[in-house]
Every structure is written in structure tokens, then in C-alpha cells.
Design a protein around this ligand. Structure first.
Ligand SMILES: NC(=O)c1ccc[n+]([C@@H]2O[C@H](COP(=O)([O-])OP(=O)(O)OC[C@H]3O[C@@H](n4cnc5c(N)ncnc54)[C@H](O)[C@@H]3O)[C@@H](O)[C@H]2O)c1
Ligand SMILES: CC(C)CCC[C@@H](C)[C@H]1CC[C@H]2C3=C(CC[C@]12C)[C@@]1(C)CC[C@H](O)[C@@H](C(=O)O)[C@@H]1CC3
Length: 345
């Protein structure tokens, strides 16, 4: 009779390990002596001793070899928010997450750490020092957020001590850092096209931007504290830099450090939001004949013109979390990592 090998608790799998956050997570896990296997639809780098498994997370048979002998799985894969593709989000974030849970149970995985998002409670209205007990957004601002909500519910509800399967969700907000494909590149592209002259609203709205290494730190603490008797089982945790900053100050600091002018002229929030909504509707109606992607989507305008910052007190208390890199240092390290995005480069 075959005996079931108890997976080593230093053996883990990272689903989405080729992505921005996933790769930072993988590198830190390897540094800390974990044996890591990466599952992704693409391979974006190589590291000695790392095993890559290429496949779609919606395919359980493709997933199983990557989870073999792993006691811990991090799920940080998602289609990019900018794709705005409802069918893709539903397939990957909802159906795919069901498949991930099923595959974990089949492979005997004991812990699943999901990368969720603080946006699961954001409806485009101000959130100041939001706690984890805020209700999920009743009217999510886009399909990405809508499916992140369902994904988080699936993972947290799957937590089952009887089955020896424990889950936890990390909700980061506004991740930035070296190799980010989103925040700084989109900002610079907008500036290069001369569209970063305006501040949406009065410019005093506070938001969280979180340096990627702090997000990684939160994930690893969650994994290491996930035990049958721990209070973190089945719960979500905000992970932020714990330094809310004015959205437009952050944007200006990054732009100026890369050689671009900071935005100066104010435009009323409601006007820009209305225009963004109109453009988005037009792009939907014209989709069959003309494809264009507006820079100022309703989601980006809402994020640029409202307060959205979150308390990470629960993570401090239950996980012993404390940011390891300050906002100032995070911005410096990020800017230095993008020489090709400097003005004139
Ligand atoms: N970037 C942020 O500001 C931010 C903030 C909060 C939460 N998050 C969450 O963090 C996670 C990682 O985000 P990121 O910014 O690193 O994104 P990313 O696009 O850099 O990484 C996502 C990875 O998932 C992979 N992937 C997508 N679909 C897949 C599929 N069907 N099968 C296998 N792999 C697939 C991609 O190839 C990619 O490597 C996501 O779950 C995202 O929702 C991101
Ligand atoms: C065109 C300008 C007005 C703004 C240019 C910068 C934006 C591209 C970013 C500013 C805030 C960012 C952000 C996200 C994407 C990029 C921005 C809109 C997320 C929506 C990405 C997905 C995450 O889950 C969200 C989160 O909860 O952290 C991000 C929120 C901030």
C-alpha cells in the first residue's frame, strides 16, 4: 500500500509567479530557504533551483504537478485590470479559483494564501482608514473588482480545519516597485502624451500606495501564521505601507524624479468622471467597428479623485506585520529601476 508523503512545510507553489508581485514573492521565498515551484501561463525569468510549470490555472490536470508535495500555495494570478474583459475575468478569477481550490484539496495542500485586493470594498466613493469589516462593494467599479470579490469569498469559505485545509486572503492596495508593469509605465505614457497636466479634484485626497516588498512580507507572515488554532483562518487582511499619501503628491513625486513636469491645473472631479463615463460607453458601443482604449477610464478617475486608504491594524495585531520599506525609500528604489522611462531616454 502506498504511504502518503507529508509535504514539507518549506515546499510551496506560487500560482502567477511570473507576474510583478509573484516574481518578487518567489525571489524572497527562495532567499528564505523555501523550495518553490512556479505555475503561470508564461515564463518571464529563470532562477537556479526554481521549477516552472506552464499552464492555465483553469486546467486542473495542468495544475496538479505544480502542487505535488507542496504544503503551501500562494495564488496571485489574475488577468490585468486594464483588459476589462468580463468573460476572461469570470473564467480565470472565479472558475479558475474554484479549480485552484479543488486541485489544492486533491494534492493534499494544507494552506492557501490568496492575493485579493483592498478594492473589493471600493465603490468609487471615499474610504478613510477602512477596516476589513467594511461590506463588499455592492456596485463594484469594474469587472476586475467584481470577480476579485467572488474569488475572495470562494477562498475564505473554503477554509476547513476538519479537512486540514486553511485559507487566508491578503488585500494589498496600489502596489508599486521595480518591474511594475502598470502604475509607473501608464503614468509615464500618459505624461509623454502630454495628458498629465491636470489634477482631478482639489488634489487633497489621500490614498495608499504599497511598496511591493511590504506586500511580499505580508503574504509570508500570513502563510507562516496560518495554523489550525490561529485567528487568521478564513479572514482577509489589509497590507499597506501604513503611510496614506495625497494621490497627486505621489504621482508628482514619481513624475518629477523621472524628469517630467508635475500636474498643475485643477479640473472638477464630477466633470472628468462624467467625461470618462461617456468615453467608456462610446468605446463599448463602437467596439464591433472601432477599437480604442481611453486613458482616463471611470475606474482610474475614481481612484485619482477620491480618498481610499485602509487600516492595517488587524495585520499588525494578528500577523505582527510592520512595513519593512518606507514610502520614501520605495519611491526612490522604484524610480531608479526605470532608467528607460526617464524623460529623453
Ligand atoms: N498591482 C496592484 O496594484 C495590485 C493591487 C492589489 C491586488 N493585486 C493582485 O495581485 C495579484 C498579482 O498582480 P500583479 O500586479 O503582479 O499582476 P501581473 O499581471 O504582473 O501578474 C499576474 C500573473 O498571473 C498570470 N496569469 C494570468 N492568468 C493566468 C492563468 N489563466 N493561468 C495562470 N497564470 C495566469 C499572468 O501571466 C501573470 O504572470 C493579482 O491577483 C492582483 O489582482 C494587485
Ligand atoms: C491616468 C492617471 C490619472 C493615473 C495613472 C496611474 C494609474 C494607472 C494608477 C493609479 C492608481 C493605480 C491602481 C491600480 C491600477 C493602476 C492605477 C489606476 C489598481 C486598480 C490595480 C488593481 C489593484 O487591485 C488595485 C488595488 O486595489 O490596489 C489598484 C488600485 C490603484
Amino acid at each position: 500500500m502506498a504511504t502518503r508523503v507529508r509535504p514539507s512545510n518549506k515546499r510551496c507553489a506560487v500560482i502567477g509567479g511570473s507576474g510583478f508581485l509573484g516574481r518578487h514573492l518567489v525571489e524572497t521565498l527562495v532567499d528564505r530557504g523555501y523550495s518553490v515551484s512556479v505555475f503561470d501561463i508564461r515564463q518571464s525569468y529563470e532562477l537556479p533551483g526554481l521549477t516552472f510549470h506552464l499552464g492555465d490555472l483553469c486546467d486542473e490536470q495542468a495544475l496538479l504537478p505544480a502542487l505535488k508535495n507542496a504544503s503551501l500555495v500562494f495564488h496571485c494570478a489574475s488577468p490585468a485590470p486594464a483588459s476589462d474583459d468580463r468573460e476572461l475575468f469570470e473564467r480565470v478569477n472565479i472558475q479558475g479559483t474554484r479549480t485552484v481550490i479543488q486541485a489544492c484539496l486533491e494534492a493534499g495542500v494544507q494552506k492557501l494564501v490568496l492575493t485579493s485586493s483592498a478594492s473589493v470594498v471600493f465603490e468609487g466613493k471615499d474610504i478613510k482608514n477602512g477596516q476589513e469589516d467594511l461590506p463588499y462593494a455592492g456596485k463594484p467599479i469594474d469587472y476586475y473588482t467584481e470577480t476579485k470579490i467572488e474569488q475572495e469569498k470562494l477562498v475564505l469559505q473554503a477554509c476547513d480545519r476538519e479537512k486540514d485545509f486553511l485559507t487566508v486572503a491578503i488585500r494589498p492596495h496600489g502596489i508599486f516597485g521595480p518591474r511594475d508593469p502598470q502604475l509607473v509605465p501608464i503614468l509615464v505614457d500618459t505624461a509623454r502624451r502630454g495628458k498629465m497636466k491636470f489634477i482631478i479634484g482639489d488634489g487633497t485626497n489621500l490614498v495608499d500606495f504599497t511598496f511591493v516588498e511590504n506586500v511580499v512580507h505580508g503574504h509570508i507572515l500570513a502563510a507562516e501564521n496560518l495554523r489550525p488554532n490561529s485567528p487568521i483562518c478564513g479572514k482577509p487582511y489589509h497590507i499597506t505601507n501604513d503611510e496614506p499619501v495625497r494621490f497627486w503628491d505621489f504621482m508628482s513625486e514619481v513624475l518629477v524624479a523621472l524628469g517630467y513636469a508635475a500636474p498643475r491645473f485643477h479640473l472638477p472631479y464630477i466633470l472628468v468622471y462624467g467625461l470618462a463615463l461617456l468615453l467608456w460607453l462610446l468605446s463599448m458601443i463602437l467596439r464591433p467597428v472601432l477599437s480604442f482604449k481611453p486613458t482616463f477610464t471611470p475606474m482610474r478617475v475614481a481612484l485619482a479623485g477620491t480618498h481610499h486608504y485602509y487600516s492595517c491594524d488587524r495585520a499588525k495585531q494578528d500577523l505582527g506585520y510592520k512595513p519593512v520599506v518606507s514610502l520614501k525609500e520605495g519611491i526612490q528604489r522604484t524610480v531608479q529601476s526605470y532608467p528607460h522611462l526617464r524623460k529623453g531616454a
